[in-house]
Write a protein that binds this ligand. Structure first.
Ligand code: GLA
Length: 402
């Protein structure tokens, strides 16, 4: 059976909205998750990333509501199985349930813009949220939720921010309210993605170049099932270590330096600063080189950079885990004769998923082989799926305006 289209998912979510709130939804909004092909832990160092939005989405169905007790947004999330009622105010504080902090931050962001006269006042809203992005799998489910919510708010307000401005508002919401000092990659991908393309984003000046996904390339996602919460401090620590390394190197960000310069400064850097910086500067070089290889259709060269990226994330950046290392080693063992060009962990790490570049005409069999070999050798089985490159956030009018 063909997988559901975004429109199908919006219709299903609208039906769930009608069932819960006993009236029809007026707007649907969708935002995709992403798989990062290469360029890991570079975005908050002003570096390069190469994400591809995937055919997994957060969907929000929305309708306006007038409330006597002031403007509020009432959300029911089928994705997490719970609800929350949020006041529309320019300041927001972290509260329970924790998943709603993402929404509190986005709502406060638009509310601040409205207060500054840069956006219409937000109407009260009822929202129903669904998602088919595995949560905590390194596929940007939170960014997708934030961008889908922002897109629904814009539909309801009748005004949209430029996509990169929306991405930044959502990134700030995640940083302030959800406690992850993330970069711009996930939100930019959810807001700006184009079908059939990966995006080469320069996180220094936020310029974006579309890199077509070659027709003979299949992108497989191998979910280890191991979950890791980036809000637990490990991500924050990496960020601080990079800032300290940049300081020691006398540059504003690690983007401003090079592998040769970091190597030359090795004696002046403590071992942790050296390892973190050496990963980042080389990952920037690899990301540009992998994008260039993909543009030429040279899958073997692109894939080689993925293996190198994984090794660096494991040994220098220290964000891998046994399960991800096992998946990548098995993919490497199958190799080009078995139709695999490269593999690496994708996203923040410490768990989550690996991305595998495979030959398109045998993708399903290759995915099944990876799962089977991991099971046979290590006694656990990852979930493998084929990812299709899709466009960024979109709105859908569900009812004719009266
Ligand atoms: C998470 C963050 C991103 C990025 C990656 C690592 O996904 O949200 O901004 O830093 O980790 O590349």
């Amino acid at each position: 059976m063909a997988p559901p289209t975004v429109r199908d998912k919006v219709q299903t979510t609208a039906a769930a909205f009608a069932a819960r709130f006993a009236r029809p939804a007026r707007w649907g909004a969708a935002a995709p998750g992403r798989v990062n092909l290469i360029g890991e832990h570079t975005d908050y160092n002003d570096g390069f990333v190469l994400p591809m939005a995937i055919d997994r989405h957060t969907i929000v169905a929305a309708a306006p509501v007038a409330r006597r007790d002031g403007a509020r947004v009432r959300i029911h999330s089928e994705a997490v199985g719970g609800g929350c009622d949020i006041a529309i105010e320019p300041t927001a504080r972290r509260a329970e349930p924790a998943w709603a902090n993402h929404a509190r931050g986005v709502i406060a962001g638009y509310s601040r813009l409205a207060q500054a006269g840069q956006f219409p006042e937000l109407p009260g809203l009822d929202l129903l949220v669904t998602s088919d992005i595995p949560l905590g799998a390194g596929l940007a489910s939170s960014a997708s939720f934030e961008v889908a919510l922002a897109t629904a708010i814009e539909a309801a307000a009748g005004q949209a921010l430029p996509p990169m401005t929306k991405a930044r508002l959502c990134q700030e919401a995640e940083q302030e309210l959800a406690g992850v000092p993330c970069g711009i990659m996930d939100h930019a991908s959810a807001a700006l993605a184009r079908p059939g393309m990966a995006l080469l984003i320069d996180c220094g000046d936020e310029s974006v170049r579309a890199v077509p996904v070659p027709a003979d390339l299949a992108v497989l996602i191998v979910d280890s099932g191991k979950r890791h919460d980036l809000a637990d401090g490990s991500y924050q620590r990496r960020r601080s270590e990079c800032a300290a390394a940049a300081h020691a190197l006398g540059v504003a960000s690690l983007r401003a330096t090079s592998p040769a310069a970091v190597e030359a400064a090795a004696g002046r850097l403590d071992p942790v600063s050296f390892r973190r910086a050496f990963h980042v500067v080389n990952e920037n070089v690899r990301t540009l080189a992998a994008a260039a290889a993909l543009l030429k259709g040279d899958l073997a060269t692109a894939g080689g950079f993925l293996y190198e990226s994984h090794r660096s994330l494991r040994e220098l950046y220290e964000v891998s885990c046994a399960e991800l290392d096992q998946i990548v080693a098995i993919a490497h063992g199958i190799g080009e004769p078995g139709g695999i060009f490269g593999a690496r962990l994708t996203g923040g790490g410490f768990g989550g998923s690996a991305v595998v570049l495979a030959r398109a005409n045998a993708a399903e069999a290759i995915g099944a082989r990876i799962a089977q070999e991991v099971g046979a050798r290590h006694g656990w089985t990852p979930t493998v799926f084929l990812a299709t490159s899709v466009g960024g956030a979109a709105t859908f009018e569900l009812e004719a305006r009266r």
